[in-house]
Design a protein around this ligand. Sequence first.
Ligand code: ADP
Ligand code: MG
Length: 382
Amino acid sequence: MLKFDHVSKIYKKGKRAVDDLTFEIEQGEFIVLIGPSGCGKTTTMKMINRLIEPTEGNIYLNGENILDIDPVKLRRKIGYVIQQIGLFPHMTIEQNISLVPRLLKWPEEKRRERAKSLLTLVDMTPDFLDRFPFELSGGQQQRIGVLRALAADQPLILMDEPFGALDPITRDSLQSEFKKLQQKLGKTIVFVTHDMDEALKLADRIAIMKEGRLIQFDTPDEILRNPANTFVEEFIGKERLAQARPHIQTVDQIMNQAPVAVNGDVSLTDAIKIMKNRRVDTLLVIDEERKLEGYIDVENIDINRKKAKVVSEIVQRDIYAVKTGTLVRDTIRKFLNKGIKYVPVVDDEHHLVGIVTRANLVDVVYDSIWGEGNGVENGVHS
Ligand code: ADP
Ligand code: MG
């Protein structure tokens, strides 16, 4: 229904507000554009109804290049709800709903009928038609705002943060209501937000943008399960990821929080004692601030025992570590690929916070093979 083909928008100073966007939307899809402020969401949206012209590339609506369509005619086919505009206080509810149909010169009778039937869609009665916005509750007013977007019955509707100004409760109920309406009416929606909860709730597919580029375009489920990169992960938020994927863990959840570590000024004799007592063949080496410097192991203590006295003289600095928040799944892959026995976990400032060993991973692997869905009830163990 709508297709972007290598579309870019370059503003005066050479800034690429939108950078090489290519994607396609099907009829009836609810698409949410999301990304940090300034990433190009509004620009993308406005190019669809030619309020902004692309610098490069083409946009097709039902196979027709929109540059070949008269802008006014184009806009008649496309509903548009701008960021946070309220109702007009001096107009009745009917007049507010019928704003666009009036611009499109629908006869009065048809406009009133349309407004009436729209009201019933959101469980409001026709006697609201002649009231004024101040007579309605906040939630009712917002409903009217949504109806206004649907009034002219355009197949494609663009909505730029329409629920941005609402309190969370009203927002939540309006989202649900709007989603139901959209499915019932079969509208194609392009909806902009910077709120991930809103996106996850409404979208059939979410387009995640960063600095004008499309980073990932997928169903909410797929985005939660397989974020394209760390930007997407951070945008979704660790908490939500953990909630959405209880079976997918991060290293923080399985690591040993008390790794055996020593400072560089510890003598090799003491280091050996510690290794013996703790029954480990490797010691992590940290500085006074607990920042990870490297490791020593029995082998290189043995080789250097004659010429070296303290740990710092023989510390091996080529150590592989993972950050907190790293997915266990990815860590297991590293274990297998690199043939390592353990991996230290560090925070953003490289402080040592834990260690993941092969033993830790056995439980996880076991769970993922024999866990949910492959239960004992199904006879696997019988
Ligand atoms: P979003 O809606 O995601 O917050 P916009 O599409 O409004 O982002 O803006 C994308 C980028 O383009 C921003 O860096 C913004 O400052 C810049 N931009 C938007 N409009 C103009 C303009 N008319 N001239 C120059 N730069 C603009
Ligand atoms: Mg915007």
